[in-house]
Ligand binder design. Structure first.
Ligand SMILES: Cc1cc2nc3c(=O)[nH]c(=O)nc-3n(C[C@H](O)[C@H](O)[C@H](O)COP(=O)(O)O)c2cc1C
Length: 150
């Protein structure tokens, strides 16, 4: 059993729905997920988590959604040591934003790597122009992530 912290960045709810679907799948496998749409470094530090799974949309021009921005900046300011804890990133976007496609997920992945987190599976990008079923795409990726990360 692994405790998995799931920070979510969302504007219109798709990433939250994807995170909730991942939480259900994790529970089915006996893990203990916690989806957090107001993620904080305090919660990250206090939860005794085995792994972190970020699920984020991209907004603006390649920006992290505002509900995840506090977590993103606090990671840089407070620099909590991840001490080789595993993490994963599910990144939602739209490839018509070609210069900034899924950039928020890339930013989160880079920041967690800087803090010595380990990503056994590279982040997945889910393109709104290509799929009507982001949950299914995420769950396909999650299966491999669970095998390697937990
Ligand atoms: C105003 C706005 C700006 C966006 N900017 C980007 C972007 O820069 N890069 C990208 O890949 N997707 C961008 N998107 C697409 C969203 O990331 C994508 O639709 C995502 O699935 C939305 O998830 P959410 O419902 O959780 O907010 C943008 C969407 C909107 C509405």
């Amino acid at each position: 059993m692994a405790k998995v912290y799931i920070p979510v960045g969302t504007v219109s709810g798709t990433a939250k729905a994807v995170a909730d679907a991942c939480a259900v799948a994790l529970r089915v496998e006996g893990h203990e997920p916690c989806v957090d749409a107001e993620a904080s470094v305090d919660a990250l530090n206090s939860g005794d988590w085995d792994a972190v799974l970020v699920v984020t949309a991209t907004t603006g021009r390649g920006d992290v959604p505002s509900n995840l921005m506090h977590f993103y900046t606090a990671l840089e300011e407070q620099r909590p040591a991840l001490n080789s804890r595993t993490f994963g990133v599910i990144s939602l976007g739209d490839s018509s934003y070609d210069m900034t496609f899924c950039q928020a997920g890339a930013l989160m992945e880079a920041r967690l790597s800087e803090l010595q987190g380990q990503a056994p599976v590279p982040r997945v990008t889910i393109d709104a122009t290509e799929t009507q079923t982001p949950d299914d795409d995420a769950l396909f990726w999650l299966k491999e992530w669970m095998e390697k990360a937990l």
